[in-house]
Design a binder for this molecule. Sequence first.
Ligand code: SF4
Ligand code: SF3
Length: 534
Amino acid sequence: MNTKMFCYQCEQTVGCTGCTGNAGVCGKKADTARLQDELTGALIGLARAVDGAETISKRTSQVIMEGLFTTVTNVSFDDAAIETMIQKVRAEKERLVPDCSKCQSSCGKTDEYDMQQLWDANEDVRSLKSLILFGIRGMAAYAYHANVLNYEDAEVNRFFCEALFKIGYEESVETLLPVVLKVGEINLKCMALLDKANTETYGTPEPTAVTLTVEKGPFIVVTGHDLKDLQLLLEQTEGKGINIYTHGEMLPAHAYPFLKKFSHLKGNFGTAWQNQQKEFDHLPAPILYTTNCLMPPKSSYADRVFTTEVVAFPGAVHIDEKKDFTPVIEKALELGGYKEDQILTGINGGTKVTTGFGHAAILSHAGTVVEAVKAGAIRHFFLVAGCDGAKPGRNYYTEFVKQTPSDSIILTLACGKFRFNDLDLGEIGGLPRLMDMGQCNDAYGAIQVAVALADAFGCSVNELPLSFVLSWYEQKAVCILLTLLHLGIKNIRLGPSLPAFLSPNILNFLVKNYGIAPITTPEEDIKTLLNHNK
Ligand code: SF4
Ligand code: SF3
């Protein structure tokens, strides 16, 4: 394959096959894509150097997580930052195995990996290696968030190396397929780790109504998934007359007892990531990006974009690991915010949204839920969850939710919910019909709820009146999907389009063994899914 760049890791890839020109649909330039490939090749080189080690040091693991996270869609557009990351990976390999790259031995482990080999491989091998690579990229983001809260899991850390090693070493479908499923297994452990890290640090999420009104005066919008950054920003802005508003995947932060005690954490601004260029246009406030999804900023607000951790964009001020948010605070004071309160709404006109229905909150009503199912008040549960995106066809999810019968419950999580989370769908037996469980990583909570319900009814998760209707965009969705497959969850509906990196044979395998299917129309899918477990 002789292209300027090759990337097909996200849902908006060109023609559902791959971005191959001078830049991807996301705005990633060909040079950046090539550097990301070089970084991935260097990470495989590092994994080769630690092959067989029982324990992977904290330092090596941090380098691997950071390197993988850097290559997730909409995280880093900054070539200089990626080059620095590549040097960091090489330095770590040199520290572990001095002179490895100069060694003449025939062990076959001295080199970095040339990603062109992967892109040129037989389509099934390429498909499986891509599933592994994109899955561990997503998982690395979750491990990274747990790590900043000082939580780590030796098995998760070891698996990053194992998976990277296999990408560079195994060449057969038979040996790669088990690794794909193992990504799902280990990601479940990784999401459990992050759940523990978040709840032990910030408390158990509580159902919380969040206003969409932005009060007059200086404010900061904080987006992404990193709760620690939000905590530090809240501490540094306390008493300074600056309000903080969450955006996108930061919305569920309002439900954590430790974070909600800050009275200047006021509400949520805006919707999902793909609307940021419209919503941030001339915003009288700075925006702090803690993770994906960053879109190339328009000139109307580029001077107020701040990044931290692995997020980076050329020209945007980057807050380094010292976490001094003074430049963001000064920008908020300089811009001054709105002159009057702004009563803003969600996509459907609602003026507030509710979040915080984590597994603990839902399971505290387990008795009510079980009784309601037995009495026929609840006929079905739909998990309508996942990423949002820019491509047309995603209004399927809004329509799906609107058309669900009034005796069904909708659980949701991740940023796709902004299409419908301001709808008032009413209640069943005192429980809201629409419950937001949190960020994408809180898919762990949805799994906990499903397992507990299956226990209560003495059946398997697949026998529950529960359907998974998922929307994907980037690589975190890949690891979550692999976790659901690892758990044997069947009949998932996936959209808005299927991943370009599923070869026909691998897709057939998923269809045959897991009944995975693309979304069709809300009417058709609701009808099929309601009849499924009868
Ligand atoms: Fe294309 Fe997605 Fe890759 Fe960006 S991340 S270059 S849009 S496939
Ligand atoms: Fe959204 Fe980018 Fe995936 Fe965590 S913020 S879900 S797309």
